[in-house]
Design a protein around this ligand. Sequence first.
Ligand code: ZN
Length: 467
Amino acid sequence: MSTNKKAKTGNGLKVMIIVMLAIIVGLIVIIAKVSSDNKVDKNSDQVVNNPTRVPDDNTGEPVVTAAPATGDETSTGAPQNTGGQPTEIAPTAVPATPTPTPAGELKLVDYTGHVEHLFTHSLIAFPELAYPTDCSDVDKVKNTYFIDCITVKEFKLILEALYKDGYMLVNLNYVFEIDDNGVPQLKKSFKFPEGKKPLVFSFDDTNYYSAKMGRGMIDKLILIDGKVGTYTKHKDGTVVQGFDEEYIPILDRFVEEHPDFSFNGAKGMICVTGFDGILGYRTQRVSSGDGRTEADRKREIEAVKPIIQALKDTGWYFASHSYKHGVMEKYSEANMEDCASKFYDEVIPLIGKTQIYVYPYGSWKRSSDGKTCPAVQRVLNNYGYKYFCSVGANWYAKNRSDLGSVILQDRANVDGTAFVWFQDIFSKVEGTDTPRFPSINFREFYDDARNIDYDDAVAAYKEWKGK
Ligand SMILES: [Zn+2]
């Protein structure tokens, strides 16, 4: 489009003006870059470009839990839509993000569309330890890591694809708000860079459970020269430290290289349980027989604090993934209260308050009559959680009066199930042929380090699930 509202000036003068403008714009860009590079605004609520200030990502109060821990969410295969119809989405409280989006380069406009929400788990950094070789194809695919996780290579390709498709990370706390009655509502409209699509990316079970040590994931997060990196000690004593083994440092670097992939510096939502500590540190209460002392626990707590701070300073934010990672539908009210209080006592003091609760396994309790909030849900609501996340391939987010007027959202899983089963459905806008993530090509991104050929994996998955 060409707009022709020009002054009638002589050609020479025009050229001069253009040159001068170019110089001024160049200087502004340089100054903005320098100042943003120098900016370390810890915990600030400030959002550059953004009128709305929000508290802390964590707002609510306590949290929750569940039973023993086993695996992770699961992707049952087919999209498990949580139930409702789409609703307007919107943000809310905004947390703090340090890295400013390059101001001035992206024009903010009112965004009124959906906010996509993807999730995965900790990455498989050492595939040779994660995927079995000496078993049937079906057993290979049934392997927890095959289903729940993706590899470093696959994650990087997915980031590139999301960026290519115009997505830009946004903090989930930014897309909803609490109305005058204390009820959480998706924002009907919020400021967002023109031409970009908001995306929330969450990562479940960032705990590095003891039971998973030596099976392909890192052991823990650490600080290396002030930056969040990873530490892993292999069985033969070899130690691997670096920035290329887990989603956090990989995404940090990706955003450094592509600042317009992050709105107001937002990175991802880190979802943690509490029964086995967090981020690879055994911060949980000492129980008889676990071989730990109070001093051990204190040491771990002190060790993890600067890492949490560094994460928050660089745009990461936290959500509760329950205390014990149990199936909510099987919980009694008392059990839920117990778990919620443990998370509140042990984890919240470390990560800060959060209003976001991510159901383990995507499992949540339905209202028996479509109106009355289930008792176990009420327990969570009483702890201040307002935004609940489940699992489902199709987009869904809505305030649910039957759950006590909280928001329920489905998140699409980017995991092994998506790779072998969602190829066609994952990427369509519901009821249309419009692609949601046109550049994601699971077959192409599939990592051969999974130790089973792609087509064989698809066939084995179908056999396993009886599809
Ligand atoms: Zn989980």
